[in-house]
Design a protein around this ligand. Structure first.
Ligand code: Z57
Length: 839
């Protein structure tokens, strides 16, 4: 293979000068941008002035922007190689990036110029931005967190790469047909200007096969994994621009294809085309589709294949990069930090052991020291159904050598536990990586803990809970310092500046600059204007404008008219019983029944409400789908009830995704974060809504608690039971010692009367509250939920106080930037420093 010349002085002067003379230059002016757009439209896309539609214009603008990013990307990668410092690798099966054009323009501070430029070419920038397809390679919070973290890593100049899978199909598109969710495949790659295929960067990955073991003359044991099926991983690179810095990091996504050796030319030649095409399709299936489950482990073989394929390709790449430095293996953790986003990439621990022991012939202990200094593991859930466990027989068949390594890791671990806690057989079986069920299963979280240097939760309560419940034994074994908290954050570039440009501009006017987008704690400077009447009006006018924009969207897409002066109450997130959208819709029904029972005079005094829902249900999650059906059924009844009019509207927004979140977050007066206490690890949309001036109603769960601490409890509508009481309450339900809340009973009766259509449709939902044991404690929290909504209504009537609280809350949200979270990871877990690029 050709040698890459990375040291400038190794290149002859003449050659160097010729290259530099023609080096690609970034556009910096309107004219140079326009020139690039037209060039791309006319040559790259083979279109012209006469047939350039909005999609072609978007494509031209995106390609021009891509060229600009890649110039910075090249500089960054060169500088990072030269700096030769420790790098961070963020391994995530999900990156929920959303759209890129607007974000890239804003991060590069070129949007004004570009908008003028396209306007003179006959287009509105907003329309072009709207042409872009969301990159939806994720399910929900976990995937979006990864995307926010990439933005912060680049903005803070950390040398960091993301590694993921290049799914051909992202999360499905949701259509609502006759009130039911229907899933439509999301083929998003027909035009994706933001990726670069790296045809020279491929890795062969093996599955199945067997392990051949023999003893060498000197007595060492050699394990050779062979005879399996090989597929090839092909790299696609996505540039990640930082805000206000040339640093442009890399997100490397792997795509699967038949390995060159594997694709069976014999079959092809002999005319057995069908079988050879089948082989090809089988290879391509690995990266074909994102599993659409959030917070649930399904345990399918193809998912395990995806995990190993991605982890093995990424580690091969990381190790190859490390080897170029010719350092000793023991330096590996000084050059490399690998963060495991949940347990999905836990096989990386095993694969690195295999590389070090089987291929590089390090002794086990040396290898294990390297491994356990390299990895960090982030836990995102305590829900038992979400904790990954792989069946041993399935695993053994697919990855026989990895299973042996896991057995050895487990053996040495259990031996060390036994030495420290002799005769505690119970402890040994509790902490064993192998659960002795039928079939046996591998507990991936335990493997991740044992193989990592640090384990972190994603909000204070959650980090405390993992230490006192699911990982309690490991705190005893490893000590408390291995466990830490890094509260999640969101990027203010996308979630304030891009989503709400007017609010961002107003804040800039008050604070004097856009510096707050880099240092969000500067928002504190707003607090002194919280009682300024003129400022309050400007603030609330922007909220009104954003609500009008949403009202228009609702009208255009659903036909429902909503009054922008009404209180907009929004709950958008994956549909899950623990998030309790069912409680929200039961609350809406209860409100509807009270309104129906009122006189005209009483009704006239009520606060108008628009209850907005959005979110996808996992395709196999029947209860979640039933919840959607109930929401749509209630909306059909309520929205068409002439007694009710504008007092109450119910809207389900189809296909909730990142780009929809960008216009929903700025348009809320109130948003709902109402999970059963102790179940939502953090939540991140709570942060996005408050950052955009909305207040929240929520339980004492996840990051709600820290939001309350920061903004003050006068500014948040908290209700419901506490996490510490959940176990007892569930116990009481299980032993039939409860009566249903009377208001909830009324709601259930109304559903069973058929007010919202055939009641049989909702039987499962009602059953979950009764015989089902009300696992999510809807009945226990219902009374306080309703009374807290009454407080919301009262508070909303006092416009000045509401504006004051909105401003104060925003001014105290600085903590929730993902920049703060990333700096904490860098200092407490990774031990990496930024690399400042030369100007
Ligand atoms: C997911 O989106 C989250 C946790 C998971 O274990 C899986 Br799988 C998917 C979410 C949590 O539910 C949120 O509470 C949290 O804010 C988010 O991850 C990011 O940490």
């Amino acid at each position: 293979s050709r040698e890459i010349k990375s040291i400038e002085s190794s290149i002859p002067v003449g050659l160097r000068d010729t290259w530099k003379k023609f080096a690609a230059a970034e556009f910096t002016t309107k004219e140079s941008f326009q020139k690039e757009v037209v060039r791309h439209v006319e040559t790259t896309l083979a279109r012209s002035l006469y047939n350039c539609d909005e999609l072609a214009a978007y494509s031209g603008a995106a390609l021009a922007m891509r060229d600009k990013l890649i110039i910075d990307w090249n500089k960054t990668q060169q500088a990072h190689t030269l700096a030769d410092q420790k790098r961070v690798y963020y391994l995530s099966l999900e990156f929920l990036m959303g759209r890129t054009l607007d974000n890239a323009m804003l991060n590069q501070n070129i949007k004004d110029i570009a908008a003028e430029g396209v306007s003179e070419l006959g287009f509105r920038m907003e329309d072009l931005i709207d042409q872009e397809h969301d990159a939806a390679l994720g399910n929900g919070g976990l995937g979006r967190l990864a995307a926010c973290f990439l933005d912060s890593l680049a903005s803070l100049n950390y040398p960091a790469w993301g590694y993921g899978l290049r799914y051909r199909y992202g999360i499905f598109k949701q259509e609502i047909i006759d009130g039911y969710q229907v899933e439509v495949p999301d083929y998003w790659l027909d035009f994706n200007p933001w990726e670069f295929p790296r045809h020279d960067i491929t890795v062969d990955i093996m599955f199945y096969g067997y392990v051949r073991r023999y003893t060498e003359d000197d007595g060492t044991t050699v394990n050779i994994w062979e005879g399996g099926e090989v597929v090839q991983a092909l790299a696609y690179d996505v540039p990640i621009p930082g805000y206000g810095t040339p640093t442009t990091n890399n997100l490397r996504l792997w795509s699967s294809k038949p390995s060159t050796g594997e694709f069976d030319f014999q079959k092809f030649n002999s005319g057995d085309y069908e079988s050879s095409v089948r082989d090809q399709q089988r290879a391509e299936t690995i990266s074909a589709v994102l599993y659409p489950n959030d917070n649930i482990d399904v345990g399918k073989e193809l998912r395990l294949k995806q995990q190993y394929f991605w982890v093995a390709a990424s580690l091969h790449d990381i190790v190859r990069r490390f080897k170029k430095s010719h350092r000793a293996w023991t330096d590996f953790p000084l050059q490399v930090a690998i963060q495991l986003n949940d347990t999905h990439p836990t096989l990386a621990i095993v694969e690195l052991m295999r590389i070090l022991v089987d291929k590089e012939h390090l002794d086990w202990d040396t290898a294990w020291n390297i491994v356990t200094e390299t990895f960090g593991y982030t836990n995102h859930t305590v829900l038992p159904e979400a904790l990954e466990k792989w069946s041993v027989p399935l695993f053994q068949n697919l990855l026989p050598r990895h299973l042996q390594i896991i057995y050895d890791i487990n053996l040495f671990f259990l031996q060390s536990v036994e030495r420290r806690f002799p005769k505690d057989r119970e402890l040994l079986s509790r902490v064993s990586i192998i659960e002795e069920s039928n079939p046996q299963v591998i507990r991936m979280a335990y493997l991740a803990i044992i193989g990592s240097k640090k384990v972190n939760g994603v909000a204070e309560l959650h980090s405390d809970l993992i230490k006192t419940t699911i990982f309690k034994d490991f705190v005893k074994i490893f000590g408390p310092d291995k466990f830490t908290n890094v509260t999640n954050g969101v990027t203010p570039r996308r979630w304030l500046h891009q989503a709400n440009p007017q609010l961002s501009a107003l804040i800039k006017e008050k604070l004097g600059s856009y510096e707050f987008l880099k240092d969000l704690s500067l928002l504190h400077g707003l607090e002194k204007f919280a009682d300024d009447k003129v400022f309050q009006k400007e603030w609330m006018d922007i909220k009104h404008h954003n609500k009008q924009r949403l009202a228009k969207y609702i009208k255009d897409t659903t036909g429902i008219s909503v009054n922008p002066n009404a209180l907009f109450d929004i709950q958008v997130k994956r549909i899950h019983e623990y998030k309790r959208q069912q409680m929200n819709i039961f609350g809406v029904i209860s409100r509807y029944l009270s309104l129906k029972a009122m006189t005209k005079e009483e009704r006239a005094k009520q606060v108008q409400r628009v209850s907005i829902f959005g979110g996808k249900a996992a395709p196999g999650y029947w209860m979640a789908k039933t919840i959607i059906r109930l929401i749509t059924a209630v909306s059909e009844v309520v929205n068409n009830d002439v007694d009710i009019g504008d007092l109450l509207k119910v809207v389900f927004i189809e296909d909730y995704n990142v780009s929809k979140a960008e216009f929903l977050c700025p348009a809320s007066d109130l948003s709902e974060h109402i999970s059963t206490a102790g179940t939502e690890a953090s939540g991140t949309s709570n942060m996005k809504f408050v950052l955009n001036g909305g207040l929240i109603i929520g339980t004492c769960d996840g990051a709600n608690i820290e939001i309350t601490r920061e903004i003050g409890e006068e500014r948040i509508f908290l209700f419901g039971n506490l996490a510490e009481d959940v176990e007892d309450l569930r116990h009481a339900h299980r032993y039939g010692k409860t009566v249903m809340d009377p208001a909830l009973k009324e709601v259930c009766d109304e559903i069973e009367k058929g007010t919202f259509g055939e009641p049989g449709v909702f039987a499962g939902l009602i059953h979950s509250l009764t015989e089902g044991g009300d696992y999510y404690l809807v009945s226990d929290d219902f009374a306080s939920y309703l009374s807290t909504h009454k407080l919301v209504d009262e508070a909303f009537k006092d416009t000045a106080a509401w504006a004051h609280n909105s401003i104060v809350a925003v001014s105290r949200m600085g903590f929730f930037t993902s920049d703060r979270a990333i700096n904490e990871y860098a200092e407490e877990i990774w031990n990496v420093d930024p690399v400042i690029l030369a100007a």
